[in-house]
Design a protein around this ligand. Sequence first.
Ligand code: 5AD
Ligand code: FES
Length: 380
Amino acid sequence: MNGNHLADKLAQTGNLSDEELTEVLLSEDPALGGYLAAKAREVRERVYGKDVYIRGLIEFTNYCRNNCYYCGIRSGNAHADRYRLDEEEILSSCSSGYALGFRTFVLQGGEDPYFTDERMISIVSAIKKNWPDCAVTLSVGEREKESYQKLFDAGADRYLLRHETADPGHYRMLHPEAMSFEHRMQCLQNLREIGYQVGCGMMVGSPGQRAEHLLKDLRFLQEFRPEMVGIGPFIPHRETKYADYEAGSVNLTLRLLSVIRLLLPEVLLPATTALGTVDPKGREKGILAGANVVMPNLSPTGVREKYLLYDNKICTGDEAAECIRCLTARISGTGYRIVKSRGDHITEDSFDNASDTLMPEVEGATALGTDGTALPQDKV
Ligand code: 5AD
Ligand code: FES
């Protein structure tokens, strides 16, 4: 069957059969990607206009009790240079982020037992007290429901916990016995019940992944209907057993971004750092495939090269101000625009709630050109 016909059907009905979705996933037809992206852009513009939301990512600890086989900061990596930010350092990152226009802070870290409920509550409530107009997103892995509830009560608004794979057998290939597929899924249910805006997602091209796994992932997303979905290509890290595996495909990631936008029109969908790492124009391509969020790094520069989930990560040497300037230019080159707002998930009946506050002109942004091609070489 003609690929464009599948894209039309997906756009019109919001769904495809298993066979049809598999055909889209496996398609080698370059025209299909472009056509799907155009359909995905139509849908994202109907819901979110041209707005792209920014999230200030604060990677506050790279200690982790887990040993996920693909991840550079897994507990078994004795060569990882471990660090933690204290509350003061986290608040100082928020403060510079606020001045740069961020209205969402994402606290991301490994599963670090040092960050007890008490310490996390103190951090979350301090951020909400200092910047009440900001959203706090947590991305600190699996915790008990009572813990998630306490952090929500302290003011956390959103939670990112990628499901990684919706197939239990594939999950086992990626995670050691000490971790459980059922517990991860239970965590997502708990987060939803408590009232968080919930994000899940998977890597594209992770070791052992086949089209049938991605199909399961898509069916899971349709059923769970998360407010946010984070996907990016798998990228090997040299200190893992998957060091010699190939990175995930850029084109498949882009096709999946478009499909996810068409399956879940209102989803908040980032063009991830991993996508920007495997392709110098990855984030721009992601936006043009239907993504509507970017997550520049707000961590202090001193710790950035230590938060390495995979090799060759971009932006580890750049100040937050530099990243926002760079991204503003890159996004404006796509015809979309970064806006300064919390960028909450909106539902079909509240489309007009989309905030339109444009980012103030960032000095130097226009000098970089608008099509992204004029960026200095070290940025592309
Ligand atoms: N390549 C790409 N993404 C990775 N992640 C972890 N390790 C890698 C890797 N090697 C992703 C996981 C995790 C998120 C924070 O980063 O999906 O949930
Ligand atoms: Fe960090 Fe371009 S986004 S330097």
